[in-house]
Design a protein around this ligand. Structure first.
Ligand code: TXA
Ligand code: MG
Length: 316
């Protein structure tokens, strides 16, 4: 069931139900992080492999010490500057973080979302003794992440209805791509997944060089080669091509004109708009039963990198 009632979502989560929640990045499928059977149902609902660890969401940076034993000074500076916001930190876990949450790893991922509804929900949950909720993106495993309550419903609605779980509707997600994940176990930040908080932001805030190391480990499911995929085949192009398949869609910045015969899925004016509309465009292509979606990826650093990362995996 879709609801607008935060109190109803709090009650559901505190009593072991699942609830899809809006965040500024994408919708997450939330469960009480300390309720083993609720956490197990998150994996079941998503059909997600059990060794893929989850992100714990808390109300404020001061809650992080419940979950992470210690962070280097650069990570403390980073979280103080960015949270609440689209950043996830991976650090050594406390005893609160169970094996099912961490996928048996000795680290745990934690994030403080900025969406006002997520904030209010987490504060009310903490007042009831719920110290955090796990919340992977609320899509079927491998599918495009949801940026609206309707997207969640399309992927997981049947499972959630059958089990009496909820979807908390908070409108469209502002950022549109998942949080930046930063490994904070060493002297330098390592970006495990690019997002709206960029390497340049991290360098500027912490004064520390971001590691060149790319840990493309399977422990980050978003780092699997094929992920974020719609049913339509995604083909990346430069925009100068003239031959296209029939029944195909097109996505590019507004400045790139629509090639003859293609169905335009969005006209984002900026990189931010591109990220915001990326997943809804891919889903719209599937709704239109398009066979192919041609995408001209945006160029440049920062958020463009996050968009390219997702597009490369969608096209794989
Ligand atoms: O923006 C987001 O981060 C969204 C919203 C809902 O908060 N959540 C999200 O969750 O994208 P999910 O589960 O779809 O992606 C979380 C990623 C996974 O790829 C997981 O493998 C990685 O975080 N992760 C979690 N714990 C980790 C750990 N201890 N070490 C490395 N990667 C970890
Ligand atoms: Mg995901």
């Amino acid at each position: 069931m879709i609801t607008n009632d935060i109190a109803q979502a709090v009650t559901a989560l505190a009593s072991g139900k699942l609830c899809a929640i809006p965040t500024e990045t994408v919708y997450g499928l939330a469960a009480n992080a300390l309720d083993e059977s609720a956490v197990a149902r998150v994996f079941a609902a998503k059909e997600r492999p059990a060794d893929h660890p989850l992100i714990v969401h808390v109300a404020s940076a001061s809650d992080v010490s419940e979950w992470i034993t210690e962070l280097p000074q650069w990570a403390v500076d980073l979280t103080n500057a960015v949270w609440p916001g689209p950043l996830t930190i991976v650090g050594p876990r406390t005893a609160l973080a169970s094996n099912s949450v961490t996928g048996n790893q000795d680290t745990v991922a934690v994030r403080v979302p900025s969406h006002p509804i997520a904030q209010e929900l987490l504060r009310q949950l903490e007042a009831q003794g719920v110290k955090g909720v796990v919340a992977p993106s609320a899509n079927r495993f491998g599918h495009v992440s949801p940026t609206s309550a309707a997207h969640v419903s399309a992927d997981l609605g049947e499972y959630l209805n059958v089990h009496g779980d909820l979807i908390l509707d908070g409108g469209d997600c502002q950022v549109g791509v998942e949080s930046t994940i930063v490994l904070a176990t060493g002297s330098q930040p390592v970006i495990l997944r690019p997002g709206a908080v960029t390497a340049a932001d991290i360098k500027r805030i912490t004064g520390v060089e971001v590691s060149e190391e790319t840990i493309n480990a399977p422990r980050v499911s978003g780092a699997l080669d094929s992920h974020y995929s719609p049913t339509a085949q995604v083909i990346l192009i430069t925009g100068s091509e003239t031959e296209f398949e029939n029944n195909a869609g097109f996505l590019a910045l507004a400045q790139t004109p629509t090639p003859t015969g293609l169905t335009r899925l969005a006209t984002p004016a900026t990189i931010e708009d591109f990220a915001h509309e990326l997943y809804s465009s891919l889903r719209a292509g599937d709704d239109l039963k398009l066979k192919t979606i041609y995408v001209v990826p945006p160029t440049g650093d920062g958020l463009a990198q996050a968009i390219n990362d997702r597009l490369n995996r969608a096209a794989f």
